[in-house]
Ligand binder design. Structure first.
Ligand SMILES: Nc1ncnc2c1ncn2[C@@H]1O[C@H](COP(=O)(O)OP(=O)(O)OP(=O)(O)O)[C@@H](O)[C@H]1O
Ligand SMILES: [Mg+2]
Length: 298
């Protein structure tokens, strides 16, 4: 008898407890690459009160309008967690974002500074379980609609970030090849091991970002990170390039994918995107353990 059809496990919390390692930049570049080069529908949930990925994908005027109209992740969470309302989540999803003209299937739930106040309210009222169940149902809804869902988390382990990490299918961690960023990975690992009974996302892998081609120190950190199998380091690394540094500046006119991600930048991001899709496919592949005592085919 066939079991119920289960949606792909495709929700990914992008997280490193260290700031400035390129989480938002890689979410942007991967989303645009998955859309433009791999024809995927990608949803980005901006869970950072700084709204950095929202400003990378929307003009200030459009972001301001959505914030004023109450159409951000904060409004979604306030309605669902604080006001206990049924939420029509598609209302909060903005399409047609991104300045890459081939990337037409990137979608965003934008953020707002008010997110900090919401988190304070959740802590004050001890609404952690309600928050977690709202996140659970949101991810359950978007999982079946999009091919890949990225949650762009801020650095640090806030109550909201903890909920994403416990409810998402995977976590993906960009890191710089330096000491403090790798400590950020260690903190995440220790946090994961603290309450295993509470559930936690599976590690989709660590991606080394901003690697300098000629730096012996970077190469040493690369070797060190790769030597720990728990990291599941991506085979490819992302170099520090001017193009990736400027990718965060939304262009007022659309540009082609190669104009935004030329040369080494595009090559690296496409390789990471391909590897990410491969890892998702492997993680979702049905496993057929041989039934005990089953007769052999021969
Ligand atoms: N591969 C890269 N090459 C050059 N610059 C990069 C690269 N990746 C990220 N940057 C730059 O590094 C800075 C930090 O990147 P970003 O904001 O994406 O990091 P973050 O981890 O999201 O930070 P936060 O923790 O504040 O959310 C930005 O100025 C960005 O342009
Ligand atoms: Mg960020």
């Amino acid at each position: 008898m066939d079991g119920p059809v289960r949606a792909m496990r495709n929700t990914i919390a992008v997280m490193n407890t260290k700031g400035g390692v390129g989480k938002s930049t890689l979410v942007l570049a991967l989303a645009e690459t998955l859309s433009a080069q791999f024809r995927k529908n990608v949803l980005i949930i901006d869970s950072d009160s700084q709204a950095s990925i929202s400003t990378m994908l929307l003009t200030a005027a459009n972001l301001h309008r959505l914030q004023s109209e109450g159409l951000t992740v904060v409004d979604l969470l306030v309605a669902s967690v604080l006001n206990k309302q049924e939420v029509e989540w598609p209302r909060f999803v903005v399409g047609g974002v991104s300045d890459v003209d081939e990337a037409r299937t990137v979608y965003l739930i934008p953020s707002d500074m008010q997110l900090t106040l919401f988190e304070r309210e959740v802590s004050k009222e001890s609404l952690h379980l309600r928050l977690r169940s709202s996140i659970h149902s949101l991810l359950g809804n978007v999982r079946g609609v999009f091919d890949v869902v990225f949650i762009d988390c801020p650095p640090g382990l806030s109550v909201l970030t903890e909920s994403w990490l416990r409810e998402a299918d995977f976590h993906f961690s960009p890191t710089k090849p330096d000491y403090i960023s790798t400590c950020g990975l260690e903190v995440l690992r220790r946090f994961k091991s603290l309450n295993p009974e509470m559930g936690f996302a599976e590690n989709l892998g660590v991606c080394i970002n901003m690697k300098e081609g000629h730096s012996a120190v970077d190469a040493e950190y690369h070797r060190w990170l790769t030597s720990n199998p728990d990291n599941r380091c991506f085979a490819h690394t992302v170099p520090r390039t001017g193009a990736l540094q400027h990718a965060s500046h939304l262009n007022s006119v659309e540009r082609s994918y190669v104009a935004k991600y030329p040369g080494d930048s595009g090559t690296a991001i496409k390789a990471i995107a391909e590897e990410l899709l491969g890892r998702l496919a492997t993680a979702n592949a049905p496993s057929f353990p041989p039934a005990s005592g089953a007769a052999s085919a021969s």
